[in-house]
Design a protein around this ligand. Structure first.
Ligand SMILES: O=C(O)CCC(=O)C(=O)O
Length: 224
């Protein structure tokens, strides 16, 4: 797997030949008891979801084929951008990981808590080996706030806040429009952003980070 290769890849609904709907329906069934209209829900401990996202499953294999077979889902967030939650997100890199508990470890920090979950910034090299998959449960045409990425920006390491705008200007901007059932795969540290939806409806995206690395010592991925 070359790092360039991981800039961004699109997998149409054909990724799940003859089965796209049943996989999406299985995901929706796994989410059935979750509260509606939440901007972002961190998902953990949903057994059916863990099975669907496992590296041996239809979604997880996209990560396992590009990482090592040891790839596993380490964080899952269900986003929905609706009229009630129509948010915008500035350009940034995802630089934290979710872990089971705080264990101070050289090279890891600062620590934070998001929705009750411990997060920590790991060494950047670990993020560079991670992949993020976005599985689209709703269509995302240009007016439904597609994720914007700056192609190739993941190759520039940890980008200080003050350099982000210039880096986006150099790399350019690409809108990840999608149909229901599409999956986008990208290198976790890519610069990304999203605008408010011009015509808000629903824009449910299951975003899953995959990693093949173990964490040092007793530090443990939260997982899904
Ligand atoms: O779904 C989105 O618009 C972006 C969410 C995201 O990438 C993030 O929270 O870092």
């Amino acid at each position: 797997m070359s790092r360039d290769q991981l800039t961004i890849e699109h997998h149409g609904a054909a990724l799940f030949p003859g089965a796209a709907l049943s996989i999406l329906e299985a995901l929706e069934a796994a989410f059935a008891s979750l509260p509606a209209d939440q901007a972002g829900l961190r998902l953990h401990g949903i057994a059916d979801l863990a099975r669907l996202l496992d590296a041996a499953g239809p979604v997880g294999r996209l990560a396992a084929e590009r990482q090592r077979p040891a790839a596993r889902p380490v964080r899952a967030i269900l986003f929905d951008k609706s009229a009630a939650t129509n948010w915008a997100l500035r350009w940034h890199q995802d630089r934290t990981i979710a872990v089971r508990k705080r264990i101070d470890t050289p090279g890891f920090g600062p620590w934070s808590v998001k929705a009750g979950v411990k997060h920590v910034e790991p060494p950047f090299a670990l993020l560079e080996r991670m992949l993020t998959l976005r599985i689209h449960l709703d269509a995302v045409p240009a007016d439904n706030a597609p994720l914007l990425v700056a192609p190739g920006s993941h190759l520039f390491g940890r980008i200080p806040e003050c350099d982000i705008a210039a880096r986006v200007a150099v790399c350019g901007t690409f809108a990840c429009t999608a149909d229901r059932g599409d999956v986008w795969v990208y290198a976790t540290p890519i610069l990304h952003a999203s605008a408010r939806a011009a015509r808000p409806g629903h824009r449910r995206v299951l975003q899953v980070d995959y990693a093949a690395d173990d964490l040092p010592g007793d530090l443990a991925w939260l997982g899904v």
